[in-house]
Design a protein around this ligand. Structure first.
Ligand SMILES: Cc1ncc(COP(=O)(O)O)c(C=O)c1O
Length: 358
């Protein structure tokens, strides 16, 4: 029986259903008519999608496996690499599926810390110290979900090289990378690097489920086989919209920049106002979320549930990322909702001094 993915259960229960949404992390939905018309039975769409990805990222077609979203990509990589009893090492705090999926496939899991004090950067020595005999994969997200931190190419290159010496693959979930480093992928940074991403988060094309894995050529056949087990044949319409999205990526990114304009300043002002109770490692200006810690150290799950029920505002509880006194704050909701949402959040989390009674 598959274990629950608690964060996704929470997200599916609430996201889209609460008036002020400061939880969602993706750019708001771009409608299909922004991309153009597709023929749902066009079997050539898969090849066009692969070719479009190959052009945009400079990755050989033989190193590409289309997947159903980044989620599908994570599954493809783990199903390709793991056998029961293998060990997988993941970052913490983390996006739960990066370890749940591996666990569900029979792997044992350990975590290495990305520390607030280091602005959530990765120290290759600390990762290597946690690698064991049975470690098959080390998995990170870049940009980091939940904090938005970005690891440099140099660090990734060094980490990949050290892992290669130990026969370990490095899986990097790049779901948010296009917002800060368009057209790039860490697949080029090491022979043992696997990456996955999709049109979902940065381009706002979540509904197409057009995702991909970039991987060593020798692994492509095994990776493509996963689709046969999971969906038989993935819908050609997903690849058709995926190909259009890749070709329209610059337009979609410009749309994202326009939609996000001015919101970060409101978030920065909120954090400055409540600096005695809240702190964060400020993510790059291109990030659309960050991870906020409550200096009182209390578990925020119940207060956030109350915020949803009583104040109609939602953030992503840190509990689901492995840190209960924090929350992921996102600012992809419409501009007019950010400030009132933050005000409601301040009330719900009791950030404001109680007014002295007269
Ligand atoms: C790091 C990360 N990877 C993957 C996903 C899922 O992406 P997709 O919708 O493309 O499956 C998410 C969604 O929140 C995410 O945060």
């Amino acid at each position: 029986v598959l274990p629950p993915i608690e964060y996704l259960d929470f997200a599916h229960r609430w996201y889209g259903d609460v008036r002020y949404d400061l939880a969602t992390s993706g750019i708001s939905t771009a409608n299909p008519d922004l991309l153009g018309a597709v023929d749902p039975s066009d079997l050539g769409s898969r090849q066009r999608f692969v070719q479009a990805l190959s052009r945009r990222y400079g990755v050989k077609e033989q190193e590409i496996a289309p997947a159903m979203g980044t989620s599908g990509g994570l599954f493809v990589v783990y199903a390709t690499l793991l056998s029961s009893g293998d060990h997988v090492l993941v970052e913490a705090p983390n996006y739960e599926p990066i370890w749940r999926v591996a666990q569900a496939l029979g792997a044992t899991i350990d975590r290495f810390e990305r520390r607030f004090a280091d602005a959530y950067d990765i120290d290759p020595d600390a990762v290597l110290a946690a690698v064991g005999e049975k470690t098959r994969v080390v998995t990170i997200t870049n940009p980091h979900n939940p904090t938005g931190a970005i690891v440099s190419d140099d660090t990734i290159r060094r980490l990949a090289a050290r892992l290669a010496e130990r026969g370990v693959s490095l899986l990097i979930d790049e779901a948010y990378l296009e917002l800060s480093k368009p057209r790039s992928t860490a697949r080029h940074l090491g022979a043992n690097v696997f990456t996955c991403s999709s049109a979902t988060k940065c381009w706002g094309v979540s509904w197409a489920r057009a995702g991909w894995v970039f991987l060593p050529e020798a692994m492509q056949a095994a990776a493509l086989r996963v689709e046969r087990y999971v969906v038989g044949m993935a819908p050609p319409v997903s690849w058709a919209y995926g190909a259009l999205a890749v070709d329209a990526a610059e337009t979609l990114l410009a749309r994202a920049v326009e939609l996000q304009a001015g919101k970060r300043a409101l978030v920065d002002a909120f954090l400055a106002e409540h600096a005695s109770l809240l702190t964060w490692a400020p993510p790059p200006m291109t990030s659309v979320f960050g991870f906020v810690r409550d200096l009182r150290g209390r578990d925020l799950l119940r207060p956030i549930e109350r915020a949803i029920a009583e104040h109609k505002v939602i953030v992503a509880p840190g509990t689901f990322f492995g840190e209960s006194s924090a929350f992921r704050l996102g600012w992809t909701t419409k501009h007019a909702d950010v400030e009132p949402g933050l005000d409601l959040l301040a009330r719900a989390l009791e950030l404001c001094e109680a007014r002295p009674s007269r």
